[in-house]
Structure formats: C-alpha cells, structure tokens
Design a protein around this ligand. Structure first.
Ligand SMILES: [Zn+2]
Ligand SMILES: [Zn+2]
Length: 359
C-alpha cells in the first residue's frame, strides 16, 4: 500500500532546504510512481543549493524537490502504461529526468535533448530527494538484475557520457585525451577505452581521481597542477606530443568547465582530430580557436549536451561491466543526511566521486 504522506527535502531558496512531510504525488494516467531507493548528487544540485544557479522552474525559484539521478521500485502504474502492460508493481527502474514532449519542432526532428517543452525532474518539477517520485511512463527504464540501485542512479550521468563518447567517434587505436576526472570524465575514460582507443590520456588536478582513472582504463595520467604529485607534468602539450610520437591526439574531450582545459584541448589535438566540449563553462567564458591551424589540420570541434537516446546503452554498459560504476559511487548517506552529503560533494571531503543518498 502506498501511504498518503512521504518524507522529502523541499528546496525553498539557496541554503534553505527542509526535510518535511508532504503528500505522495498523485499518479496521472500516463505516469508511474516510483519508490526511490537511490538518488545521486550532481554538481548542479550543489549549484542550486548554494545559489550558484537558478532552478528551471518558471521563476527560477523553489519550492521544489531536487534530485534528478534516481532509481527505485515501481509502486503504482498509471492507466495507460497499465493497459499496455508495460510496467508491473515491484519492478526495479530508473527514469530519464529530461522528459521531452515528442511533439515540438526539435523533437519531431529527433533532437529530443533540445526539446522546447521539456520538463526536468528535480530541476523544473519535483525530483528524487524524497521517498517517492512520479515520472512519465515513456521515460522509465527497467534495470537488469546485475544493476544495483546505486548503479541505476548512475545511469543518468552515464547516459550523458555515452552521448559524449558517441560525439567523439573514437576509432580503433586512436590516442584520446580526456580532461576532467570527475565521475562522468572517468566513465568517459572507460567508454573511450572500450570503444577501441589505443591510448587514453587522462588530465586532472586530483591524484585520487587520476588513480581511479587508471583502474578504469587510462593508460597515462597527467596532473598539471600539483607539483608534489607523481603525475605532475609542467607542460601538458609537450607531454602529449611525447606520448603520441609528435602526432598529437586524434581525439580530445573536455569533461570539466575549466576554460584552461577547453583551450588546452585545441593544443593537444592533431591533424584530422575531433575535439568535444562537454563540461559546462561559465556563461561568459569564451574559447579562442586558432583558426588557420584548425583549418589546415582539418579539425572538427563539437559540443555534447545531455543524452538523447543513449539510455539503453548506458544501462547495458553497467549491466555488462563495461563501466564499473561501483568504483565511481564512493559515498552514500541516508536520505535524512542529504545536507551532509551535499557538503561532502561540495568540499570533496574524503575524496568523493559520486555521492548518493540511499533509502
Ligand atoms: Zn546531473
Ligand atoms: Zn519537444
């Protein structure tokens, strides 16, 4: 039996989020009610909580239940998916929080990540830092038995990583530079290596993350910041030249918002290379492209946003062990300790990668 009330963290304004009893959401005909079992903390949740970024609600403000990376169990199935026999109570699922409309100009053209009417659970409507959450049924995905609830909560960031690596188009034996060893960057390392990269070079400023990168498939790791690091390299461009016998990288992907990294990616990439910008820079950041060299080297510069149609691949990548998510999920807290979990994610206390709340 589904109760009437549930515990949820309601965000009101920066640094004001309360653990409250609220009504369990109603389930419309085209929705599924999910009992949340795990919900990951994203960099954007940290940004919302401390006021670095507005929500995507009409006025940019709360009240709203945050949390867009969740998994759980089906507890109620709306009329339409029930009639179609699509979901059963008790099934383990995750949901794509980016719920596109399927009926706008860009959706008709297949670019659902750019939907003009999308709602995003945990960003523009209520999300997963609660005991229950509702999702439109067409955005709910079943989890294979080999995917844990924390693995299920990692499908959202992994689906973004899959799209980034698709845009990178890694060829067999190619040299790939990945900037930014956060949870998504490390997943990119694993996916690039298993897509056939000959050498994956990971660049980051925290050794504990670089070390996990080595476990996930990085052949070389570079720390351009910490002089005491065993991976310290003063000149990243020179090092990449050495590692590629002067040819430079075939592919570079920037999974951080760092402007220096975005700039460096253009310098480490060689002839006929592809550079993908993935991490979010500041609103006024500008990257300078060396125009003549980029033309003469026939380069491609691409961007990657969200995860159109990559959810099945992300789930299968976890289920089959291509990406070892258990190495990426380092911390979990009970739901009532969400504020502590946010602090850990923000201050990187105890060397976290993905921090989660679990129920
Ligand atoms: Zn996220
Ligand atoms: Zn649309």
């Amino acid at each position: 039996m589904v109760p009437d009330k549930m515990k949820a963290w309601v965000f009101y304004e920066p640094e004001v989020m309360k653990f409250e009893e609220v009504p369990v959401p109603e389930v419309k005909d085209d929705e599924i009610l999910i009992r949340v079992r795990a919900c990951g903390i994203c960099g954007s949740d940290v940004a919302y909580y401390w006021g670095a970024s507005p929500l995507e609600t009409p006025d940019g403000k709360g009240p709203l239940i945050l949390g867009h990376e969740f998994s759980g169990e089906v507890v109620k199935v709306g009329k339409i998916p029930a009639e179609r026999n699509l979901f059963q109570v008790g099934e383990r699922v995750t949901a794509n929080p980016v719920q596109y409309c399927n009926a706008c100009e860009v959706c008709y053209r297949g670019f659902v990540n750019l939907c003009e009417n999308k709602k995003v659970l945990g960003v523009s409507t209520n999300g997963g830092f609660a005991e229950y959450v509702v999702s439109h049924y067409t955005h709910v995905y079943k989890l294979p038995p080999t995917v844990s609830f924390s693995g299920g909560a990692f499908v959202e960031p992994l689906a973004d990583a899959v799209y980034g690596v698709k845009n990178l188009e890694v060829g067999l034996g190619q040299k790939v530079v990945v900037f930014g060893p956060g949870p998504i960057g490390l997943a990119v390392v694993a996916l690039a290596k298993r897509s056939g990269a000959g050498k994956v070079i990971l660049v980051g400023t925290r050794d504990y993350r670089l070390e996990i990168g080595k476990q996930l498939g990085a052949d070389e790791v570079i720390n351009p910041k910490e002089k005491s690091s065993p991976y310290y390299v003063e000149d990243v461009v020179k090092k990449v030249a050495e590692l590629t016998m002067g040819k430079m990288a075939d592919r570079a992907i920037v999974v951080t918002g760092s402007k220096e990294a975005m700039q460096l990616a253009l310098k480490v990439s060689g002839r006929r290379s592809t550079v993908v910008y993935f991490g979010l820079p500041g609103a006024s950041d500008v990257v300078e492209v060396p125009a003549l060299e980029s033309i003469l080297w026939d380069k491609t510069i691409r961007f990657s946003w969200l995860a159109p149609f990559t959810w099945v691949e992300a789930i299968e990548s976890i289920a089959s062990g291509l990406v070892d998510v258990e190495k990426l999920v380092t911390h979990s807290f009970p739901l009532e300790k969400l504020l502590e979990a946010l602090q850990v994610a923000r201050e990187k206390r105890g060397n976290p990668l993905k921090v989660m709340v679990t129920m």
